[in-house]
Design a protein around this ligand. Sequence first.
Ligand SMILES: Cc1cc2nc3c(=O)[nH]c(=O)nc-3n(C[C@H](O)[C@H](O)[C@H](O)COP(=O)(O)OP(=O)(O)OC[C@H]3O[C@@H](n4cnc5c(N)ncnc54)[C@H](O)[C@@H]3O)c2cc1C
Ligand code: SF4
Length: 472
Amino acid sequence: MGKITGFLEVDRQDRKYLPASDRIRNYNEFVIPLPEDTLKSQAGRCMDCGIPFCHNGCPVNNQIPDWNDLVYNDSWHEAFLNLHSTNNFPEFTGRICPAPCEASCTLNLQEQPVTIKSIECAIVDRGWAEGWVLADVPATKTGKKVAVIGSGPAGMACAQQLARRGHDVHLFEKNAKAGGLLRYGIPDFKMEKHLIDRRVDQMTAEGVTFHFGVHIGKDMSARELTSSFDAVVLTGGSETPRDLPVEGRDLAGVHFAMDFLPQQNRRVSGEPLMNVEPILAGGKHVVVIGGGDTGSDCIGTSFRQGALSVTQLEIMPAPPEKENKLLTWPDWPLKMRTSSSQAEGAVRDFAVLTRRILGENGHVTGIECIRVDSKMQPIEGTEFTLKADLVLLAMGFIHPVHEGMLKELELPLDPRGNVAADTATYKTPLSNVFAAGDMRRGQSLVVWAIREGRQAAREVDLFLMGETTLPR
Ligand SMILES: Cc1cc2nc3c(=O)[nH]c(=O)nc-3n(C[C@H](O)[C@H](O)[C@H](O)COP(=O)(O)OP(=O)(O)OC[C@H]3O[C@@H](n4cnc5c(N)ncnc54)[C@H](O)[C@@H]3O)c2cc1C
Ligand code: SF4
């Protein structure tokens, strides 16, 4: 334990943001790292609980009290090694994880959780700055070949673990670059993409062969891979968006969030837009339908493009300002949260149903809405309209794309349309085919994708070698 009385003496202090008026002028990250002495005193607040509830909250089982203690005692390199023993990419989670560990922290019972995410991010950022991140090249090769399909966080974590074990790993990706939604969904202002590039370099040095621009099931047969590789891991994500089947849906100016966001990420990185119609929010009144992470990313991107106004609509009622801790802790509570993008000036409205999308000359001009009650039934007489030049649909993702790879493999699906694979072994009914990440569990979080990629790698290793030293 860091400082025995730390939690009594020191208040929680977390990273701050650059002012909204400054940060919306570019697509750079805007979170200001904490100084070293603050990080140390914050780490010293950890009580090293007998039952560390933070562990329960963390899908990758980060050994949080251990590295808090190490940071408090200036053992940064040891903290760096400890952090990497459970998480391949802590600089990703240190930036974009919603931090269920902090919700579970015992000190959250008094709204003062340890600043776990900021400490995690500081440890790994320091590791990169100090040159501690090295390629972990295996001493011997196993002679086994593994194909991983999809280079999101699940595929990257899986491929890295398997390559370090000595397998010959080939990672196939339909896009031009690695990262999945980290690269093309999550905007640069939340996570800059050079962070992915340097991990790709590390993984290449460790023996992973990346094949970009290869759409399995379209450019290359999935069956061919299952016969030419000893094992195949499907980590293709959950890319089918939930649609809004209302009148006016086909008007110009109504788009899925994931048609809008990747364009901006490509612009920032200088990647061509691939002959698609540019979707831009500059000078427009934007309505974002859907209140989650994707909706927030649409808001922040719209403001940076120069939107006149951004309104975000959510069909669910507004959650309570504060959770009842005794009912919810240590679980993730439903409560009002305001993302950094929402705080940049979005108008938010809850319990609102979109009835139809209005247009003139084939282009959207507004949307017609109605308020709903607690059972999500329309309340007649509460209709209203909003002006809109651009409508972005950000209502989540229903399941992976079935056309192509999954149809070709004739893989059974679970009742939600995800690839049916065992939660413990990640095995599909096809003997050498595994599935992990959003493709198996449905739309989720980066930290869950990393967990599934790591755990699936262990199961693949066990399947190939009859034994494994990889961690679960
Ligand atoms: C806009 C947005 C914002 C988000 N923000 C956050 C956030 O702030 N924090 C958080 O924790 N989570 C966030 N998420 C969720 C998170 O990004 C996902 O849960 C996570 O990326 C899933 O990882 P994955 O590896 O399973 O799949 P993905 O990241 O979806 O990667 C799948 C990859 O497989 C490739 N692929 C698919 N099919 C094929 C094929 N047949 N052949 C070749 N390649 C294929 C795809 O091109 C893609 O690169 C967000 C999601 C979105 C859409
Ligand atoms: S629950 Fe909080 S205080 Fe307890 S060990 Fe984990 S981080 Fe430290």
